[in-house]
Design a protein around this ligand. Sequence first.
Ligand SMILES: *Cc1c(COP(=O)(O)O)cnc(C)c1O
Length: 384
Amino acid sequence: MIKKLNKYLEKFKELPTPFYFYDLDVLRNTLDIIKDESEKYGIKIHYAIKANSNPRILQLISLYGFGADCVSMNEIERAISTGFKPKEVFFAGVGKADKEIVSALDAQIGCFNCESVAEIEVINSIAKNHASVADIALRINPNIEAHTHKYITTGIEESKFGINIQDLKDVVSLISKLENIKLKGIHFHVGSQIDRMSVFTELCKKINELQKWFSSQNIKLQIINAGGGLGIDYENPEKMPEFQQYFSLLNKLVDFNNDQELHAEPGRSVVAQCGSLISKVLYIKKGVNTCFVIIDAGMTDLIRPALYQAVHKIENLSSDGKIFRYDIVGPICESSDTFAKDTELNETSRGDIIAIRSAGAYGEVMASRYNLRDLPYSVFSDDI
Ligand SMILES: *Cc1c(COP(=O)(O)O)cnc(C)c1O
């Protein structure tokens, strides 16, 4: 097996571990494809910053002219400071705090994606005090099963996200009475790491049905936002996500006309494959029926395996010895601090460099200081 990161091995050995390594050529290549494939159909991209908000990564993404999907005041600030245009910054999330709404109005962002009646009323009153009008889109819960992990399923009725379809009539009649709110569009996001195109097909059908309903109410929608969620292949870190198939499907199935904008908000699929968590083997420990590889990265650096039972491909860059089966674990005082169970790795010993692949999304951004550990730092391919 060819290990792509091997060319950096000597550099990795010199650097203190653990750290996130970002291959910016992979990121540029991914962004080129996203740009080409989305522009074919005039689909507008708003990158979901929460997947990775490392300033260096954001600076590169903003160069492509994409907008930003943000879920906090600090993300909005980060997006604008790294080159995203305020009008292309959208603010989503079920729990926007008052001070965040004020700060978003101050920044003159493009759109609030609203998730409840209560939120719309609060935005209206804050906008009134602010002497401005807030452009909003309604995040609608389309009641679609995303067939992904339950923690990243967001578009079913029991989910906290979005406005339920049966409440739309009341919401629309409320909005018509609010002077500091302008309804610009509708927004959806049914989940993350979606690997069945049929989920997006179903979403497109729901979007069209809802568009018909809005037309019947004489409401013009300028923005149709299909959200994010396109999955990646964690088993194959070199594989490009299915952007071509995804954008052509949206274009084919969503009814939209010339005075409307079709939006997509990819997060994971933009940044996952360019990042790896690089770690060093501290100890090999023989269990009763298992052999543990204890590495110096833990769930505080990459929580996805502990939180979502996520599987990442793991490589020992230092060894091309015989394949053995190991449990790969971190140093944190939790049994869930396990990166992989009974997984294949070349024969491993203390000091070997381990790469946990496809860690560019929901990796560094979710790091914590539990056990008072240091936060991981980042290294970029352009610099070494
Ligand atoms: C998280 C999120 C996204 C991005 O999801 P990915 O699965 O990373 O593509 C897009 N839109 C909204 C509203 C989100 O919350």
